[in-house]
Design a protein around this ligand. Structure first.
Ligand SMILES: NC(=O)c1ccc[n+]([C@@H]2O[C@H](COP(=O)([O-])OP(=O)(O)OC[C@H]3O[C@@H](n4cnc5c(N)ncnc54)[C@H](OP(=O)(O)O)[C@@H]3O)[C@@H](O)[C@H]2O)c1
Length: 298
């Protein structure tokens, strides 16, 4: 199978390129801009079987003021990709977010829950989901959350894990909210699972032998925590002799432009139904930190 990966130099995209290996057709913004429909003509020549669209405007606070830019990439871009997929009969995989939910449920969201975004970024991604669902002949919407991967989020200038470690190294104060809960997720794990999942789609997984139905799927590491506990776990694994002071704060103390859902934990219900399981976030975090190197595990 040939899998085109849009956003190939991004945090998730670069891990997807590595995991799909020889099957991957990496496409960066220089090759193709999702907001420019004519630039998508390149896909007619490449003729991939699957197109994974990881391209996104990801700066949640900036999106509140750059509303059009966010919608252009996350929504119109998704529409353009959906149409391009149909032309070549490719499966359209749109990567979405936990921020489509408002966070009031108080327990993990499944694929059956109805989105109700509370910020521009979430609404632009949800609009991208609707375009994907209503314009694609064959599609999967894959919701991920709170990603960290070795490339760091390009749009955000890094990821949370790396930035906490850097701040500790710089001797900075570390204050983290303890009233916002999410599913910390490693991009390597998402990439591996997406490969297995698409193998099922193309009937390449003979063990399970089930073909998933088109639709929405959640792919996050299992379990959840708040950002303060996540940070504590980073430094528990990071270890060493350094005394790192982490102060819990309330999210109301942070003056940020965009509202965030207070509980956007996702449950991989439909993956579970297929017999596919993601590992726990603590295990994934440990491997990530070990792979980054220089980590002293207690
Ligand atoms: N990061 C998170 O915590 C998180 C959480 C939930 C969901 N997600 C979703 O996961 C996906 C991947 O996020 P990520 O963390 O990997 O972000 P990222 O590192 O910023 O990657 C986004 C990629 O999209 C590319 N891109 C941006 N605008 C484009 C355009 N108009 N045309 C083509 N490519 C464009 C960027 O390329 P350039 O940088 O070269 O412009 C970059 O390679 C996104 O769909 C995001 O909404 C992320």
């Amino acid at each position: 199978m040939k899998v085109a990966i849009i956003g190939a130099n991004g945090q998730l995209g670069s891990d997807l390129v590595e995991i799909f290996g020889e099957d991957a057709i990496p496409l960066t913004r220089r090759d193709l801009d999702v907001t420019d429909a004519t630039s998508l003509n390149i896909l007619n020549e490449l003729k991939p079987d699957v197109i994974i669209n990881t391209a996104a405007y990801v700066r949640v606070d900036d999106a509140e003021v750059e509303v059009e830019k966010a919608f252009h990439v996350n929504a119109i871009g998704a529409l353009n990709v959906a149409k391009a997929c149909n032309e070549i009969d490719a499966v359209n995989v749109y990567v979405s977010t936990d921020y489509v939910f408002e966070g009031a449920k108080g327990e993990p969201y499944t694929e059956e829950d109805i989105p109700n975004p509370i910020n521009v970024y979430g609404l632009s991604k949800y609009t991208g989901e609707i375009f994907t669902r209503n314009y694609s002949k064959k599609f999967y919407i894959i919701r991920v959350a709170s990603l960290y991967g070795k490339a760091g989020a390009r749009g955000k200038g890094g990821n949370f894990v790396d930035s906490m470690i850097q701040r500790a190294k710089n001797g900075e104060d570390i204050k983290v909210v303890d009233d916002v809960f999410m599913s910390p997720t490693c991009t390597k794990d998402v990439s591996r699972m997406l490969k297995r999942f698409l193998d099922l789609d193309l009937d390449l997984d003979l063990d399970l032998g089930i073909k998933p139905a088109f639709g929405v799927y959640h792919i996050v590491n299992e379990g959840y925590c708040n950002w303060y506990d996540f940070t504590r776990e980073i430094f528990t694994i990071f270890g060493g002799d350094a005394q790192i002071q982490i102060t819990p704060i309330r999210s109301s103390e942070l003056k940020r432009l965009a509202k965030r859902p207070v509980f956007s934990v996702l449950k991989n219900k439909k993956l579970d139904d297929l017999g596919l399981r993601m590992r726990n976030w603590k295990e994934a975090l440990k491997d990530y930190l070990v792979e980054k190197g220089g980590i002293v595990i207690k």
